[in-house]
Write a protein of this length. Sequence first.
Length: 311
Amino acid sequence: MKVTIVGAGNVGATCADVIAYRGIASEVVLLDIKEGFAEGKAMDISQCKTNTGWNTNVTGVTNDYAKTADSDVVVITSGIPRKPGMTREELIGINAGIVKSVAENILKYSPNTIIVVVSNPMDTMTYLTLKATGLPKNRIIGMGGALDSSRFKYYLSKALDKPANDVSAMVIGGHGDTTMIPLTRLAAYNGIPVSEFLSQEALDKVAADTMVGGATLTGLLGTSAWYAPGASVAYLVDSILNDQKKMIACSVFLEGEYGQSDICIGVPCIIGKNGVEQIVDIQLDEKEKGLFAKSADAVRNMNADLKSVLA
Ligand SMILES: NC(=O)C1=CN([C@@H]2O[C@H](COP(=O)(O)OP(=O)(O)OC[C@H]3O[C@@H](n4cnc5c(N)ncnc54)[C@H](O)[C@@H]3O)[C@@H](O)[C@H]2O)C=CC1
Ligand SMILES: O=C([O-])CC(=O)C(=O)O
């Protein structure tokens, strides 16, 4: 199984590293526009092989799409990250052009691939990729919910003072500081609702911390996060390549689900060898429905800025 990762920066290289050492794919190609950069990252990652015991073939190329031919999955992480004080939405001006041209180049050599979009603003970049390529909706997946849900579980585990892997929880909606919807009502500690253990005030703080999880890290690091983002992409790619049919919150094209159409936004999906195999359309309560509609409005407003790129 072959995975191409476009953009060998912080997120792309981390994703390649996790895919390699976990043996998720047999071949990983890193592609970057910066001369020699992807080659260097691939070499550095490959020199881990003998001390960490894995065999994935990791190579790097400078803008040579021929080397990405016949990829089963392509991950797009190319573009700029935000700096402290910025929103993800402010990246659209530069990233839209990059994502569109990358998606078009990829399809020349991998017409049957499944594309995972990571570059921000991710929901809008996912919509752009779908519209620009005309690919069937099951083959375009935006990664955001897997990461946001892992942050939600992290903050819940801190509040509970219990292991994160004993917590089950999901974030849906847009991948933005104000558009994420942590589904607190459905979060559980070993099957028991977290409201049995935490006050409403504590739960509200967990949800608020989750929503600004990326901004908090950007403030601390000076650029946006990469370890959890890279691992979250690898988790999603694993479910596709190894047909695991995991339920993962992903940004996908909606046609009536959750009362929305003509938009890519985070909802629970079954992810397998065909990409998005099912959108899990659960019943939200009235408050959650309102939040989802508001989140969709914000994402749709952002999509309107794509007019010139899609013309
Ligand atoms: N969806 C999500 O959950 C997350 C999204 N992101 C987003 O992912 C993107 C990448 O973030 P980082 O890896 O931290 O940035 P980075 O700056 O470390 O890496 C980006 C790489 O893209 C390359 N690049 C730029 N234009 C290119 C092109 N036309 N073709 C090929 N490569 C190109 C750059 O040379 C650079 O190496 C950002 O837009 C960031 O906001 C980051 C974390 C999580
Ligand atoms: O915060 C950012 O800009 C990068 C990102 O999407 C995340 O880490 O959630």
